[in-house]
Design a protein around this ligand. Structure first.
Ligand code: NAD
Ligand code: UDP
Length: 388
């Protein structure tokens, strides 16, 4: 007989029903996979799309978990089934959002509605029905680092006090209103404050997650293959697209911004700990990232070029990168986070969690996936029609 699953305090974990909103997205698909393969929990998977979880939803009987996952195609903006589904579950996880930077300055209204207004009923139904909520926010709520305002040659820029981002101490620093890039961060910040206030005034059991650039297979789309040709996904998919098409990788404003990238599978381990350890996760805001994987965007491009050449067996271009201005790439109102290093004290203390995978290793498995999934389709899409 299989050993009973226990939480971090040695107590048995009871099977639960999870209402997962945005389950058909990048993070949702990995979380559903993990919950199906390794736990007894049930998932009510809500989304407008289900392409990324189709493999989990095969006809009844073909997977051991066939009766533990149920897909509900709905848009939370306007569907009266939402409250009923939240009531049926023990826990709601809200992942639904517009969360690609190319949208923040070009579709600021949709961005604000999606990240704030549309999340309101979810918070309200959880609070009114006494249901626990894990809400996905973003590391972008920190905005720019304090250090970025210091003179370029200031030695204080090297002091972690001026750039490491701490859940309970760092301020949220956004640009001016016409820099519409910050519409997303500001909406996410306000929904965090609302959830926190529901906890403080009405006793809502909540956990807020701030992902720091989670990347891996199934992230976003490859323009013209499984997404719009003019669409601009997040950097992993942009650079993958360039590599698949043998085009130079575009470095926005010189690729000087810094990011820490974490492998999606490491991050999902942290989410599972939150799900199964409510006593340790409730009322907490958690950074989830890998502080050891920091690179500039230019360094990320260089590493992806090297890894892709290794996994595809194709030589890299002679001029593999090209500089573009942010105005040209994203349009008016773009701005950038300069540097994002997560402080790990709280998640370490509460959940004993640490990321494991190096940037090289996570790029190797992710780009192997990208090459296997898309290389042939890109080749066909770009092949010249045969002459008559
Ligand atoms: P994603 O775009 O792949 O997934 C979001 C899913 O939500 C999509 O499948 C989308 O169809 C669905 N959705 C959006 N609006 C909906 C609506 N009105 N009704 C029903 N479904 C709707 O994005 P992701 O990377 O999986 O991100 C999930 C969450 O994590 C988001 O809230 C995002 O802001 C946050 N986040 C992610 C990262 C990251 O590194 N991936 C970083 C910061 C924050
Ligand atoms: N970026 C880039 N080239 C691209 C796409 C993105 O240089 O083709 C940069 C972008 O300007 C930002 C970083 O890569 O500095 C990360 O962008 P992403 O879209 O992943 O989201 P962010 O981390 O800003 O939320």
């Amino acid at each position: 007989m299989a050993l009973a699953r226990v939480d971090l305090d040695g107590n048995p974990i009871k099977p639960m029903t999870i209402c997962m909103i945005g389950a058909g997205g990048f993070i949702g698909s990995h979380l559903c996979e993990k919950l199906m393969a390794e736990t007894p929990h049930k998932v009510l998977a809500l989304d407008v799309y289900n392409d990324k979880i189709k493999h989990l939803l095969e006809p009844a009987g073909s997977h051991p978990w066939f009766d533990r996952i149920q897909f509900h195609r709905l848009n939370i903006k306007n569907d009266s089934r939402l409250e009923g589904l939240i009531k049926m579950a023990d826990l709601t996880i809200n992942l639904a959002a517009i969360c690609t930077p190319a949208d923040y300055n070009t579709r600021p209204l949709d961005t604000i509605y999606s990240n704030f207004i549309d999340a309101l009923p979810v918070v309200k139904y959880c609070s009114e029905n006494g249901k626990r909520l894990i809400h996905f926010s973003t590391c972008e709520v920190y905005g720019k680092t304090i250090g970025s305002f210091l003179p370029k040659d200031s030695p204080l820029r090297q002091d972690p006090e001026y750039y490491v981002l701490k859940e309970d101490a760092s301020p949220c620093i956004f640009g001016s209103i016409e820099k519409q890039r910050w519409s997303y961060a500001c909406a996410k910040q306000l929904i965090e404050r609302l959830i926190y206030a529901e906890g403080a005034e009405n006793g809502l059991d909540f956990t807020i997650v701030r992902p720091f650039n989670w990347i891996g297979p199934r992230m976003d789309f490859i323009p013209g293959i499984d997404g719009p040709s003019e669409g601009v996904p997040r950097v992993l998919a942009c650079f993958s697209n360039n590599l698949l098409r043998h085009e130079p990788l575009k470095l926005v404003d010189g690729g000087q911004s810094q990011r820490t990238f974490i492998y999606i599978k490491d991050a999902i381990e942290a989410v599972l700990l939150m799900i199964e350890n409510p006593a340790r996760a409730n009322s907490q805001i958690f950074n989830v990232g890998n502080p050891n994987n920091e690179v500039t965007v230019r360094q990320l491009a260089e590493m992806m070029i090297e890894v892709y050449s290794k996994v595809s067996g194709e030589p890299s271009l002679e001029a593999p990168t090209v500089d573009v201005s942010s105005q040209e790439f994203y349009g008016v109102g773009y701005d950038d986070s300069d540097k994002r290093i997560p402080d790990m004290t709280i998640i370490n203390r509460q959940l004993g969690w640490n990321p494991k995978t190096s940037l090289w290793d996570l790029l190797e498995s992710t780009l192997t996936y990208q090459h296997r999934t898309y290389a042939e389709a890109v080749k066909q899409a770009t092949a010249k029609p045969a002459a008559n």
